[in-house]
Write a protein that binds this ligand. Sequence first.
Ligand code: GTP
Length: 355
Amino acid sequence: MAALDQRDNAMSDQDPLPPLEWDPQGVQIQGFSAGLYQIEWLLVTIVMLYLVIMGLPDEGGLGVLTATFGYFGFSLLASRLYFFGEKQRWLLALHTWAMIVFITWFLYNTEGVTGPLASLYLLAVVTSALTLGVLVTMLEVAAIAACQLLLLHLLGTHILTTANLAPVGTSIVALLIVGYLTAALVDAIHVSNRTLLKMASRDALTGLFNRRAFDDLAKPIHLMARRSGRPYCVIAMDMDGLKRINDTKGHGAGDQAIRGLTQRLVECKRSSDVLARYGGDEFVMLLPDTNAAGGRNMMQRLVNAVKDDKLSISVGVASYPEQGESLEELLDHADNAMYFSKASGGNRVSIRAVA
Ligand SMILES: Nc1nc2c(ncn2[C@@H]2O[C@H](COP(=O)(O)OP(=O)(O)OP(=O)(O)O)[C@@H](O)[C@H]2O)c(=O)[nH]1
């Protein structure tokens, strides 16, 4: 028994899983991966059409063809690569730099920087602005300006004359405007997405997850536990006497009591535990990698802690897999155990009895 308690305490003091949070920017970048290949294949299609209509250049024709197929192969191969994870931004940056190098090589072998195909650089700038932010995009525009000057020099044009610099200047200003505005707009969309996601997933009074977010976050934990055979605990909590606090001390004091309980809950939970306000004075919690005894011990500590704040809660615990096979079943059982605590006078923790 002592050994079991020791193990339970150890469980509640460590963090077996990383904190559960959503990353809207990551989701957006993942979504952009498909758009990236469309931009790359558009670039290859325009280049191929140019070569079909205008024919291969007399000098460097083979080099252009090899570079085009090489670039197409790179894009095809990269589309098969796993794009998730923290290296994703670097992979996207690599794609845009590859695009700039390919376009520069193509222009060098065909019409130089003064023809209409110089606007192909727009594809790289837009790709970067959509995914990599203002700073990286501005750096890429600077790199494109350097490439264009180098092209002028390599193609034998004297670059230090106003007439020769004017077309490069015009195209760079256009790239700057498009790149800056697109990146700024995307940043604004990120901010509003984050705000919307927060509004849709958080409870306004406490900042905790709401019911919808809890359901979304609990499902993968249940599936993981089912696969690994590890236990987890579902906790249902309800404050005792909130109506009395509201009626005697006012709604503000009731709100303060809810916030006070939230503070205690946040202090006692592990970062991998999922805590949500289900509504009113009801809270739910999911404790991964924790058995019923561990959940009960943690909740008993919480019941003792909130006494210091002159608050009282009724708690019900149900654990996977002993007390239920599905999340819905466990939530029901935890709820019933919580009502049992309440019916027994509140201020206590009950575990759903194994049938
Ligand atoms: N201040 C405040 N009160 C709330 C909030 N949400 C719900 N309530 C009130 O909390 C009270 C909950 O009432 P009950 O469900 O009877 O709960 P209780 O008074 O804690 O009684 P028992 O649960 O039986 O112990 C209701 O009067 C609700 O109007 C809130 O966000 N802030």
